[in-house]
Design a protein. Structure first.
Length: 154
């Protein structure tokens, strides 16, 4: 019994000594990534005030924020995609460089009925797409919001 107690006491001293040694050796500081190199597009000063960017380029990828429009669905689609076309052109891109599209709409059936209008912008090839019906958009008068991800050719 005495031998076991001595062993445990020795083990406790060893564990304490090990902890002290480890505590005295400072851990290296964690590595953190530097800031992303980005190119940001703003179309109005109010975008900066609200923390909004129309588009952000990171590397060879361009992320375009949602473009909204209201009114009748055919007109809203043309207006929303028209603004997106201008943003793409600002970066020297077209709809053929778009790889992902997300559409939010308050009128899903009206959007589906007007998909031919999208072809006016995309031509033969559509990107990967997600369509979501929502109860409302930022402004209750809006019926569509479209956001895009485009890739610069290598």
């Amino acid at each position: 019994m005495k031998t076991s107690l001595k062993f445990l006491l020795c083990l406790g001293v060893f564990a304490t000594a090990t902890l002290v040694v480890r505590a005295e050796t400072p851990a290296p500081p964690p590595k953190t990534a530097g800031p992303l190199k980005t190119d940001k597009l703003m179309l109005s000063a109010s975008e900066d005030e609200t923390g909004f960017r129309r588009a952000v380029r990171v590397g060879n990828t361009l992320y375009i924020s949602g473009s909204t429009a209201g009114g009748e669905m055919p007109d809203a689609i043309r207006k929303s995609y028209g603004l997106l076309q201008k943003i793409l052109a600002h970066y020297g891109l077209t709809f053929q460089h778009v790889v992902k599209e997300t559409v939010y709409t308050t009128q899903f059936d009206a959007l589906k009925a007007n998909t031919a209008i999208r072809r006016e912008f995309y031509g033969k090839e559509f990107p990967s797409a997600t369509w979501v019906q929502v109860a409302r958009l930022w402004d209750p008068a809006y019926v569509i919001e479209v956001e895009l991800t485009a890739v610069f050719p290598e």
